[in-house]
Design a protein around this ligand. Sequence first.
Ligand code: SAH
Length: 398
Amino acid sequence: MKDVPDAVLKPDREKSLRRRHPWIFSGALRHIEDRVAPGATVRVVSAAGEFLAWAAVSPASQIRLRVWSFDAEAVIDAAFFRQRIEAAIALRRQIAFMSEHGACRMVYGESDGLPGLIVDRYGDYYVCQFLSTGADYWRDTIVEALAEACNPRAIYDRSDAAARRKEGLAAQRSWLTGTPPDAAVEVDEHGVRMLVEIGGGQKTGTYLDQSVNRQRVAEYARGASVLDAYSYAGGFSLAALRHGASDATLIDSSAEAQALARRQAELNGVAERCRFVNGNVPAELRRLRDEQRLFDLIVLDPPKFVHSHGQIAAGSRGYKDINLVAMKLLAPGGILATFSCSGHVSPELFQKIVAGAALDAGRDLKLLERLSQSPDHPVAVNFPEAAYLKGLVLRVAG
Ligand code: SAH
């Protein structure tokens, strides 16, 4: 591309770029030309002047540059975004995540070569998050490309995630194009009817990253009495009840989430088999323990406990605590499906925490399966940071 300003790295700071990691931290930069607007494209060159990448500038962030392309011939323009979005859609088609009334994460940021851009699909409705200055800069172009590629009924901008603050961007929410739905949008998740209030709820409306795990865990549900801790809208319970669970107890501290869970249970005809507990999970688990209640299948899907490296120790104690009490609530032969969505907690550490909890609970657990985020949240192998969700399915001895 002609007339693109240069961003010059310090000597010997190009190693991660050569391994195609898409982030460049401010400390690696020697110089960026002044005339660059926030979010605009620069040519990243080594200290020796060699081309390395095309990247977007985030002046307020420690992650100063995010790479759009490592190809010297690439042109970052409308056609580029159209092509990247089409590639992301092709991947979801291939893994059968694009069914007519389905929901999926259709664009997952760095993993799809579009740093800072999230697009979630709920049937004919799309929810975008522009989480980096570069993605924000190209907002109109991206919306146009999506409109052309997907023929959406409407596209909503839900750029209110914490990530935007680090970029110095204000939160924003609005309809970008099309006709907003006049009610919650219904989508199908493997036969479970789910309701999504576009613009409401947590995340972009649902926790899409658990879609495959909800199905997988439901395989253990036949005849089971289920405890769904941190239930949100009840996705795990609904899948389990569909697979023959006898009943489900759903615990969540959000009244709004529980109201949605109740509506969904009614829609799926299983409300009479659900018990809704609006409360704090650690306290409710202890109450159930004191009442000597037992469950055949327990799902623990807490929010992120660890937001930074410095929180690993405290977060690990949090994970251990809830797992330990949950293990005491398992009926003989019962199954525990336990998750962590903290990227700073590695799968190895999580397994260690769970093993420590089993030891202290005095229960003999065997690991049956390791789970991770659903494949519509792929992990580009040059960008391991994209992997954050891990789960363990364990069986307690009889
Ligand atoms: N399992 C859900 C996703 C859970 S997300 C699904 O498959 O869709 C985590 C949930 O934990 C959120 O709904 C949040 O409201 C709830 N939550 C956060 N802290 C909590 C606490 N201390 N006690 C109970 N619920 C809590």
